[in-house]
Design a protein around this ligand. Structure first.
Ligand code: AHM
Ligand code: MG
Length: 284
């Protein structure tokens, strides 16, 4: 797994350079979910693909930006699902964005996810990694562009202070709105940039809180994609002592994708906020 994480660091430095150098305009393509793609989305996707193809350990890769599975090395062990540039709607206004990797052994699902990693491109580049049964590790790059380990075992507090509620509020179900309001009434502070990588990163490193993206009237299955976004963060949050569930209160890591681009409503947080969510949704 260290070989894969090392390659991810090399890819991250290239994507970071691309974010700084590439023009922000739209390409003429749209991705597998029907979103318009920026030229930068397409370029970041190529950088990740070409980097991962160099690893003999990789059997197949699946990109959020592409329709189909891409076979790589027949004798490889892992399928890597990735979102090359998460938050492409906020990159033009210079907010932090990220790259997410889910490393699966076997057909990708919550149960076959064996490791995950994400990169945050902000004032610095940071990386968080996890292996199943291991620890959540946090790395930060310095001026030498090397990644230094900052925390060997990132842990969430039992109860946090931040609340990051995703989706269009007008389309939230009433019980979700009541739940989010109840957290604010309890003193939680709003922290939502519109990028799941920096938003979940902030909650993880500041002790805890809740990040939610519910099913809404316009998107009953939520927006965030299971294989590329939801499951990689679920492994990180659970390993850090938090929880990651869907609207039925089921662990996200128990979910299977019927299709590689499936989405799922999702809730990530410390134990306290997830307990409150289950109460509010009547799934305790
Ligand atoms: P993207 O992969 O097209 O960038 O979309 C994913 C992003 C997440 O980073 C973020 O949490 C979410 O979309 C924000 O959506 P919304 O603006 O509906 O809250
Ligand atoms: Mg994304």
């Amino acid at each position: 797994m260290q070989t894969i994480f090392q390659k991810i660091k090399e890819i991250a430095l290239k994507v970071d350079q691309a974010i700084k150098d590439q023009e922000m305009g739209y390409s003429e393509q749209c991705n597998a979910s029907g979103d318009d793609q920026l030229k930068l989305d397409v370029y970041a996707d190529e950088l990740v693909e070409y980097g991962l193809r160099e690893l003999p350990l990789v059997k197949a890769i699946i990109s959020e930006e592409k329709e189909d599975v891409m076979p790589v090395h027949e004798e490889g062990k892992y399928t890597i699902c990735y979102d090359p540039l998460d938050g492409s709607s906020i990159v033009d206004v210079n907010l932090s964005v990220g790259t997410i990797f889910g490393i699966y052994e076997g057909e990708p699902s919550g149960e076959t996810l064996v490791a995950s990693a994400y990169i945050v491109y902000g004032p610095r580049i940071e990386m968080v990694t996890v292996t199943r049964g291991g620890e959540v590790q946090h790395y930060r790059s310095g001026s030498s562009q090397l990644f230094n380990l900052c925390y060997k075992a990132v842990r969430l507090e039992e109860k946090g202070k931040l609340n990051a509620p995703g989706g269009t509020q007008k389309n939230w179900p009433p019980h979700h709105k009541a739940f989010i309001d109840s957290l604010f009434a309890e003193g939680y502070r709003l922290r939502y940039s519109g990028g799941m990588v920096p938003d979940l990163h902030q909650i993880l490193l500041k002790g805890g809180g809740l990040f939610s993206y519910p099913g809404t009237s316009d998107k009953p299955d939520g927006k965030l994609r299971l294989l590329f976004e939801v499951l990689p963060f679920a492994l990180i949050y659970e390993t850090a002592g938090g929880e990651a569930v869907n609207e039925q209160g089921k662990r996200l890591l128990e979910l299977k994708a019927k299709h590689i681009h499936d989405t799922s409503p999702c809730f990530f947080g410390s134990r306290y906020e997830i307990h409150k969510m289950k109460e509010a949704y009547g799934v305790l």
